[in-house]
Write a protein that binds this ligand. Sequence first.
Ligand code: DC
Length: 217
Amino acid sequence: MMTDGFIIAIDGPAGAGKGTLARRLADHYRLNLLDTGLTYRAVAHRLVTHGLPLDNISAAETAARQIDLAAMDRDTLSTHAVGEAASRVAVHPSVRRILVDKQRDFASRPPGAVLDGRDIGTVVCPDAPVKLYLTATPATRARRRMAEIEARGGQADYERVLADIERRDSRDMGREDSPLRPAADAHLLDTSEMDIDAAFEAACVIVDQALAARTKA
Ligand code: DC
């Protein structure tokens, strides 16, 4: 099936299952994959590593310009602390502009891409033929996060994990520039009662319809 220049935009809050779904869809449809959260994480990580405050906008802009999308190390960037710092860095419009340019450049490369983040359907790729908005209740997302931590042999307090999730949601949804929200034409997928296989199946139905419409056009 023809997927040239095809873009799947996936947005939603932390822990809704975007990353896993994005990977499955990219593999299945043979598209490039970009976790845009890593770009914000990479900027935050650079600032922290250099002992710079997260509200030092000019340092954040410099870090954003230096980010190489092909060299982001998921292991270093996936900690909870870096995610929290990324959410703070992500409120600065000038930093967002630099990263959004890089994300759009990535999305424009053949054969097309799956991008996941917070503003893909609304800002980065507003013309994407498929937009998915994944949600799940904060309690479900907190339980998933606990399971991840425990699977790595760690321990966490449920109430704290839930409070962290709620704080991050309100920062990501409440910021002025590109807040997290579904695009008007996004398909909503509530994964609270769905496992990843069910979410993948539901997403494939939507993507296949969009591909069929493209083939006809
Ligand atoms: O998806 P994540 O947890 O890796 O994202 C970390 C933070 O980066 C998130 O809390 C907000 C920010 N972010 C954003 O503002 N826009 C995106 N497209 C992706 C992430």
